[in-house]
Design a protein around this ligand. Structure first.
Ligand code: ASP
Length: 324
């Protein structure tokens, strides 16, 4: 019998719809009563760690989830499922991926329809996530996200639709596996990346999106003595309007690390363009180009890197290449 710990943290998967059609929180989690997976040799042990909508989840909460999973490693569990609101699910999943060293399967899931709505996907996703966490093949693949019959990596999955159950996608690279009739099958895996141990999380790490006609106003606001790091979603392959550069230079002069990703949903940021404000000049100024992560993932990685005490070249190397 494989024991799977289901750590519930809140979100739509633990909510229900009231008579007026509003989706509301519950005191008692309506899906935390399943302990047997379709008669298979899998026992789910439910634990309510939090009951938070995912916009209320912070990096400090993520660290508490990491701590609970580390304890579970010593309690005889084969794998762990984390249920989570979908709005920030990709951030928590990637935080876990960057900070959990073991091979124990960890699978994050959620729902787009609450527990009593017609076509509710919560219990279905929970069972699929537990089946994946109990699978031998899920070991050593990093933290996984299971939603809507697909298995994605925490590193690259993202929420792409506000309401559709097929919202979780992996742009550019695709899912690493599928699930049919609650049986997971894997077709590819990621190149491993560095995992770090942290005991606290830093504040003051921000994410700003580039736009046509952008100037330095938002960056000047971050020159406030509290900012510890910044991720910018640049235009296209990783470019910015030239009017932003003097303000960026001021932040760099204060040793604030600035990470550049692309605001495009597909592809990776690169130093391709040599015009004023292009990726080549930004890199020469001292911005670190992060290839392949979206803005919210790069911010989580920057928080983890800074929290581990990385700085300078070491931090740039950690952030610089998500692919290796
Ligand atoms: N707003 C909800 C949340 O993230 C959405 C969901 O769970 O699907 O908590």
């Amino acid at each position: 019998m494989k024991k799977i710990l289901a750590i519930h943290t809140g979100g739509t998967i633990s909510m229900s719809q009231d008579d007026s059609g509003e989706v509301v929180q519950n005191e008692k989690n309506p899906i935390a009563n399943q302990d047997n997976l379709l008669g298979r040799n899998i026992k789910i042990v439910n634990e309510e760690l939090f009951n938070l909508p995912s916009p209320h989840i912070t990096p400090k909460v993520m660290l508490k989830i990491v701590k609970r999973i580390k304890e579970a490693e010593h309690e005889g569990y084969y794998g762990v499922v984390v249920t989570h609101g979908t709005d920030t699910l990709e951030e928590t999943a990637y935080f876990l991926d960057l900070t959990l060293k073991n091979d124990m399967p960890v699978v994050v899931t959620g729902a787009m329809r609450s527990s009593n709505e017609i076509g509710s996907d919560g219990l279905y996703n929970l069972l699929n996530a537990a089946a994946t966490a109990a699978s031998e093949d899920a070991k050593g693949k990093g933290v996984l996200v299971v939603m809507n019959d697909e298995i994605h990596t925490a590193r690259y999955v993202t929420k792409t639709h506000t309401t559709n159950v097929a919202t979780f996608r992996t742009p550019t690279f695709g899912p690493i596996g599928i699930i049919s009739k609650h049986h997971p099958s894997f077709f590819q895996e990621l190149i491993q990346s560095e995992v770090v141990d942290i005991n606290n999380v830093v504040d003051g790490v921000y994410l700003i999106k580039g736009f046509a006609g952008m100037d330095g106003t938002l960056f000047d606001a971050l020159d406030n003595g509290k900012t510890k790091g910044l991720v910018i979603e640049g235009l296209g392959a990783g470019n910015l309007p030239p009017e932003t550069l003097p303000s960026l230079q001021k932040l760099l002069d204060r040793n604030i690390p600035i990470i550049l990703v692309s605001r495009c949903i597909n592809g990776v940021a690169q130093d391709i363009y040599a015009y004023h404000g292009g990726g080549i000049e930004l890199q020469d100024m001292g911005l670190t180009i992060c290839h392949g992560l979206n803005g919210q993932k790069a911010r989580i990685k920057l928080i983890v890197g800074l929290s581990a005490g990385k700085s300078g070249q070491e931090l740039a190397r950690f952030m610089g290449n998500a692919i290796s």
